[in-house]
Ligand binder design. Structure first.
Ligand code: PLP
Length: 405
């Protein structure tokens, strides 16, 4: 054990630092009984849209609701096929199913771990058949029209959006960004000749404010961002029982609203997000440096020139990951695995007929990825202890890691 354990995530310090400001949000809500909707929600939505450089932000009860309702509001119909990646949190596919749609997967890129545009193109060309009536394609596996794609901005790094958007335009696909891990991340778009924010590139995007995210609530919360007024309006109605006005139900919706107290708390924390993201980048830079002489045994995150990640997670690749994680735990060093089983192989999807070998990059990554402690308050001294612990555990194993080809 190290003298002081180093947790994988520290959510206590940040809330202690902001305690006064956060308490005043509770007090304002109690004083006004403003628990549902109202100015706290609207002000947060305005501020978050500004951060994402989008026209609209619609607060939601969770990131899962945000993915689901963005799909529905953007026009995905029951029975449609939506394409995403197997290396993501389960909520991405859950939300597709909850929208009444089916999912297909395309594998991730071996270096960025996000959707590989070449594999998306290959899927649409070889695993689908054109439907001349709609101009869309039909998935051979699901038998239904492919109408949308969800690139996931994993670990705080955006997917390679330019080619994905180009392919989506050619195949008439709706693009919903799963930006649940990427608050404030940026992508250099050659199409527009500048940096673009996560959440501003697709038809709509979903964010999660689960407590451990770069911008986390003190409970459950999420949001949809979009430039499309129709999608924003659809999301607003869907999250609120399909109401266009009080008791005027134009469609059937859900109870998927963002809680007002959470919105108020998020608005306080949002003021610190840019600084926190910079601090995370500095933590990542220190890890990169400390790990530079272990390049044959630890593969560090790859950041393409078009990416400015916000390091929701700092994920390395190692061999014999599970033993290494135990060795670290024995030294009091926390770590995480995001995610241990690619989604096509999880029990819940057994009946869908996917097989090991279907998505070889995700399958190769899953047993190797290890998320190191990452949060703005992590000190360089703590990082040295983490890396020393990692190096000692690797020396014990004395194994070499081969890059995914
Ligand atoms: C990639 C991804 N998608 C969707 C979600 C779902 O968000 P929530 O937990 O807020 O429902 C998460 C949250 O962990 C996520 O990481």
């Amino acid at each position: 054990m190290t003298a002081d354990p180093i947790p994988f995530l520290d959510l206590v310090t940040v809330h202690r630092e902001l305690r006064g400001e956060l308490r005043s949000v509770f007090e304002a809500a109690l004083d006004t009984a403003g628990f549902i909707g109202g100015p706290m929600v609207q002000e947060f939505e305005r501020d978050f849209a500004e951060l994402c450089e989008t026209r609209f932000c619609v607060g939601m009860a969770s990131g899962t609701d945000a993915v689901r309702l963005a799909l529905v509001a953007a026009g995905v119909q029951p029975g449609d096929t939506v394409v995403t990646v197997p290396l993501t949190f389960f909520a991405t596919t859950e939300a597709i199913s909850q929208a009444g749609a089916r999912f297909d997967f395309v594998d991730v890129d071996a270096r960025t771990y996000t959707m590989d545009p070449a594999k998306l193109r290959h899927y649409l060309e070889t695993q689908c058949t054109p439907d001349t009536k709609t101009g869309r394609v039909v998935s051979k596996r699901t038998g239904s029209p492919v109408t949308a794609v969800i690139p996931v901005h994993l670990y705080g790094q955006m997917a390679d959006m330019d080619p994905i958007l180009e392919i989506a335009a050619r195949y008439n696909l709706i693009v919903i960004e799963d930006a649940c891990q990427a608050h404030g991340a940026e992508y250099f778009s050659n199409r527009v000749g500048g940096w673009r924010k996560a959440g501003s590139m697709g038809h709509a995007a979903a964010f999660s404010f689960y407590p451990g995210k770069n911008l986390g609530a003190c409970g459950e919360a999420g949001a949809v961002t979009t430039d499309d007024e129709r999608v924003a309006r659809g999301c607003s109605m869907l999250r609120d029982h399909g109401q266009s006005k009080k008791y005027i139900h134009d469609i059937e919706g859900y109870n998927g609203r963002l809680d007002a107290i959470q919105a108020g708390l998020l608005r306080v924390k949002l003021r610190h997000l840019v600084k926190w993201n910079e601090e995370r980048r500095e933590v990542a830079r220190v890890y990169d440096e400390l790990l530079s002489d272990t390049a044959t045994t630890v593969i560090r995150p790859h950041v393409p020139s078009w990416s400015r990640p916000v390091y929701h997670l700092y994920v390395v690749r190692v061999s014999d990951r599970d033993r290494l994680q135990k060795d670290l735990a024995a030294k009091g060093i926390g770590s995480g695995i995001h995610y241990p089983i690619p989604l096509h192989l999880v029990k819940a999807y057994e009946a869908l007929g996917f097989r090991p070998g279907d998505f070889p990059v995700s399958e190769k990554l899953a047993p190797q990825i290890l998320s190191l402690p990452m949060y703005p308050q992590l000190t360089a001294e703590q990082q040295q202890i983490v890396v020393r612990g990692l190096q000692e555990a690797i020396t014990l194993q004395n194994e070499k890691l081969v890059l995914v080809s």
